[in-house]
Design a protein around this ligand. Structure first.
Ligand code: MG
Length: 277
């Protein structure tokens, strides 16, 4: 075996020691959000939400899940339109994480160590630049071609409506106008807004990223995170509701993280500890 000159060994050790120092200095970079209790609650929440945000924004799996959801939507819609009905048919969809992709907003939050706030959210929706989720434009144009009226029942607020209509129209959604985009007024409960559509229409299908986009009773997560309620309504859900993925936020997360914002990071960690085997 050839002997390595000692000068080369010393040089290699020197380089190793420098790279070790670099590693240490990167690890303690104060600008990186941390889950340690010394970080602010928004910074901790941003860090806790990183993998969920990456999954939603970047994964081919979520891309495919939306395609799959809207493929199933077409099958269900065809079946439901074949059922007897007297009123004209309608399809009801939620907007955020159902037909429009807001994961760039969440990515920006995570990158900046911040979490959702009404101010930054409205700056994002005012841009009217959200992309359509995979399969959504095709499905809703298909529904329109089958004679369905499309209603976008959303918990965006009234002052976001104009930009929302513009955003939906730009990416090709049908019936993107103030008659069909129904924003939140006073309550996040969508029951009354769905009932108003049901007065004049046969609701042939609903789609959403939250179970509450189908029925408000799913707000109740007191028993096993609401799973028994899903099982109890399984036949109806199977026939009339398309559930789409949202790993970033929702009633499911609110039920675990609680309020106020300052206590959310610790509440989430406590739930993990409680459920660890
Ligand atoms: Mg939504």
């Amino acid at each position: 075996m050839q002997k390595i000159p000692s000068s080369l060994l010393l040089a290699a050790l020197y380089l190793l020691s420098i790279s070790a120092c670099r590693t240490v200095s990167t690890t303690v970079d104060a600008s990186v959000p941390s889950t340690s209790s010394s970080a602010s609650a928004p910074a901790q929440l941003a860090q806790q939400n990183v993998d969920a945000t990456i999954y939603q924004n970047m994964s081919a799996e979520v891309h495919r899940l939306y395609q799959q959801g809207y493929e199933l939507a077409k099958i269900r819609l065809d079946a439901n339109l074949a059922r007897p009905h007297t009123k004209p048919p309608a399809v009801i969809v939620d907007i955020d994480e159902t037909v429009l992709d807001n994961s760039p907003y969440q990515v920006t939050n995570a990158a900046n160590g911040r979490t959702y706030s009404p101010e930054t959210w409205k700056q994002w929706t005012a841009k009217a630049s959200a992309k359509a989720l995979p399969g959504a434009v095709e499905f809703l144009n298909y529904a329109a071609s089958r004679g369905c009226e499309v209603f976008y029942i959303s918990n965006r607020e009234a002052d976001e409506e104009a930009a929302t209509v513009r955003n939906l129209a730009t990416v090709g959604f049908p019936m993107a106008d103030t008659l069909h985009v129904v924003p939140m007024v006073g309550t996040s409960d969508k029951t009354a807004r769905r009932a108003a559509v049901a007065k004049t229409h046969y609701i042939a299908l609903l789609a959403g990223d939250q179970l509450r986009d189908f029925d408000e009773s799913f707000k109740n997560r007191s028993v096993d995170n609401g799973k028994p309620l899903v099982d109890a309504q399984r036949d109806t859900l199977e026939r009339y509701f398309i559930m789409l993925p949202n790993s970033m936020y929702g009633t499911w997360l609110d039920a675990v993280s609680g309020k106020p914002l300052e206590s959310k990071p610790a509440n989430k960690e406590a739930v993990l500890k409680k459920n660890a085997y």
